[in-house]
Design a protein around this ligand. Sequence first.
Ligand code: PLP
Length: 430
Amino acid sequence: MSVESKNPETIALHAGHRADPTTGAVAVPIYQTTSYQFQNTEHASNLFALKELGNIYTRIMNPTCDALEQRVTALEGGVAALAVASGQAASAMAIQNLARSGDNIVSSTDLYGGTWNLFANTLKDQGIEVRFVDPSDPQNFANATDERTRAYYAETLPNPKLSVFPIKEVADIGRPLGIPLIMDNTAAPILCRPFDHGAAVIVYSTTKYIGGHGTSIGGLIVDSGTFEWDAIPERQPALNTPDPSYHGAVWSEAVKPLGPIAYIIKARVTLLRDLGAAMSPFNAFQFIQGLETLPLRMRAHCENAIKVADYLKGHDKVEKVIFAGLQEGEAKRRSETYLKGGFGGLLGFEIKGGKEAGAAFINALELFYHVANIGDARSLAIHPATTTHSQLTAEEQIASGVSDSYVRLSIGIEHIDDIIADLEQALAKA
Ligand code: PLP
């Protein structure tokens, strides 16, 4: 039995799994197995040849991961997803699935520090050039494009600037050129559905809001199914030329009978097969638990964050509050266009007194945890210049919006009075 609904609250509880077919278990079971008994040799051979889809080996697929993949696919309005070991693995594979040595992608400068490093150094070492552009003008993506550009990449609600990305504007530049937009939607699940605005692929660090309880590292790649990979075949050679690693399959053709899933199937049966960054079934189970209350939690994060922004705005030790709900002009329009139901739980502020005041504030916090994480149900704080963004050069830090006096908060779902009381006492000591 399946439940049809357009509402995220219902989808998050029911999509992808109703009851276990053999036991009737309502909670998604943890299928802690490496491999799966084939019915006979023909069945085994059909699975390997992708004539039918089914379980082969847990590095490539697993029923617990499958329930998570189906549930997030339903929430995003896509066609299929792939669970991987971390958000970093999701970003890397989303690009490696299209770009090969000698190719390039164009990315927003406004990125998580780890993604920046992946792009500026590791992908570069692999021969994939990442061209960083300022996202405030979408035309910058067009200007940086050449015949070997394979994808555009950005984050929906990038911290620390918290200025929402112009999704439709950049997707519209890419589509006629055969270039897909890959959106990292980690900071804005439920609030934004990037496929509704033309994005072709979504990546998540499920470690954050989807998990929500700070227990597990994981990532997801979601395929919209709406991108025509063979519209300009020479633009996407990885999907339109024979793949020697899968007996010459041309991915845009090979899986057509199974649906518009060429991109995500290729990622699963070649990259995940070869690189092996699979999500464990136990972690998938944890993410499913998180997902079931995600719409409720996002609402609570958003409500608390607005109140914290209002409180900090009026505080005499605060120079400036950075929050998606406090943007002006074009940035305000983007916040209101792309985020629905709130402005997210992330918020930053510039503290008067610079680095020393920032450190004193963080050291004085009692309720907030001082951790390198976002999106937990608990409230979190960090000083990016000395932690998450410390491996960037001074210029790179400025380009990504990190200053010495910037403090980042990830507002949790505790009672708002307790959150504000902790900020109040810590600011008094800063
Ligand atoms: N994308 C964003 C926006 C992030 O904030 C992070 C981690 O902080 C990642 C990706 C990487 O995710 P993970 O830590 O799960 O590898």
